[in-house]
Design a protein around this ligand. Sequence first.
Ligand code: MG
Length: 253
Amino acid sequence: MSAERFATVLALFFDLDDTLCAYWEASKHGLRVAFERLGPPGKTPDEMIEHWARSFRSFSPSLKASDWYPAYLKTGEPTRTEQMRLALLEVGVDDPRRAGELSRCYMEERDRALRLFPDVTMVLDRLQERFRLGLITNGPADVQRQEIATLGLDGRFDPVLIEGELGFGKPHASVFEQAARLVACAPTQLLFVGNSYRHDIRPAIDAGWATAWVRRDSDVSPSSKGPEDRPDGSPEPTATIGSLRELLPLLGV
Ligand SMILES: [Mg+2]
């Protein structure tokens, strides 16, 4: 059934973090190095990552509705540092300067550890011959542009839609409408490939696109216990895949 649904596809849009690259693994590595080097005395990196995760859980869900959002769209620095400040406060350390140093070290080490999944380059090379390939990614403009450069993806995708540059992000329906307009395709000609049910798959289904939900064991944030599940009763993706190479037979490539 999914092969039939994919037969009309002319363009694919990809999510970036944990779809094309192992973001959470890089994030956990960056946090560990930062807390090893600059964490408060008497606290292990594991303990501090737990505190960081707790502050992430309380801070991150309300971000888009908060006064932090306009600054966050431009640059990841203020919210990244604020989260470090909150993690330090959890252990009774009120030290904005240390928070700033931790934030910078985390960002640099995370970026250094960022890698594409092994099959991504091969799959994109193959798909590029037949399809238009775009990118839709959430996050601050500077962080997302840096990731694209670090991963060697500059020029790979057209168009590139970044939350920080649009002023809004997935799962907002406008993101998908804008993407469709930019490639002049009907929803039935579009496929979204992403790892998040809530941010990628559900809104793409609602927009009438075909969907490929990428599920990997590595896709676990420091603040959650396992990969994201599909809520009971919500629509199924067109296909669920464990790696990008599974796209090739589905698309007849
Ligand atoms: Mg993602």
